[in-house]
Design a protein around this ligand. Sequence first.
Ligand SMILES: *Cc1c(COP(=O)(O)O)cnc(C)c1O
Length: 394
Amino acid sequence: MAEHLDPLDELRAGLGELDTAGLRRRRRVVTTPCRPGTRLADRAEPVLAFCSNDYLGLAADPAIAEAVRRGSLRWGTGAGASHLVSGHYAAHEALEQRLAAFTGMDDALYFSTGYMANIGVMPALVGRGDAIFADKVNHASLVDGALLSRAEFIRYPHCDVAALESRLAASRAPRKLIVTDGVFSMDGDIAPLRELLALAEAHQAWLLVDDAHGFGVLGPQGRGCLAHFGLASPRLIYMGTLGKAAGVSGAFVAGQRDVIDWLLNKARSYIFTTGAPPMLAEGLLTALELIEQGDDRRAHLNALIARFRAGLRLRRWQLLPSDTPIQPLVIGDNHETLAVSRALDAEGLWVPAIRPPTVPKGSARLRIVLSAAHSNEQVDQLVDTLQRLESAQP
Ligand SMILES: *Cc1c(COP(=O)(O)O)cnc(C)c1O
């Protein structure tokens, strides 16, 4: 009987069920900085990793580390308070101005993480009685932001602009927010942003674009997915994260000055949390320089993407169409996907298996992520190994 369940026994049973279903998650302890040649506490040999979102190879860049070190000497380690109390430092201010200029927006607001940015921004823009229109495969943080807002949560099929249009037309909500990943994190494809923006303008809706995987990678100088399409509009609110291509930590939201001022007054995940350490803002200022001057890194990354796609000749497994560093290889069956990921591990390659419910049933996949830190030879090694494993599997 439920009311007599010991709460701890219940958790233990739940963990047992995860074990049985092969869904219990465990972390692996990494003993090197983030880089392709990774060492792990649980194995003697190094592995070649294709799983981080360190697209430009900046996560362990010495110039950024040095900027953080100098920042720690100037500012110490802690902000001491939330931004609105006394935790907003000149380093944060300089970073926000730099981010606004870099993305071509009026103003920007620096959050501690992308997850916090999304769960703060959405409830600040819409509430009970309003409506959120969301791509079905958006990131979990956008789902959580929608739920927190209490607005009606209307999902449309992946990148289906016509379906979105009819849902918008049918809605009587006073405030509407369209929300999408810029680059989809499990598929690697780019949202049809020009069409989404046209709908936002026609229906007086906000368009919030989460560019966690495009910032630093797409567009001229890595300015992100809006610059990639050349889009600008007062309806647009841009969110970029700073722990992926930028190699540090945090996120920002950029848009019209009054939008940003509203968010700093209303976004609870901005207001009720201690400011991120100002030394990180110093590191991020250096990271932005490297992103802006990073055409060589992006050219090498794009060459690796082309090399990977051209090299792979598969019969049963399906490489999804993607021009971004996220290269999903759909195997389909959960057990086979897991077996392939384990076989890669045995060969010294670290590529995680992504299974439902993270991706739709029957589309279990390897999420292969390329980085400017990889070499041609490392990508060739991945291609050769995948090829061999596909012909060896039943
Ligand atoms: C990683 C990610 C986030 C969360 O950003 P963090 O800074 O890691 O919290 C949000 N949205 C998308 C699409 C992401 O991939």
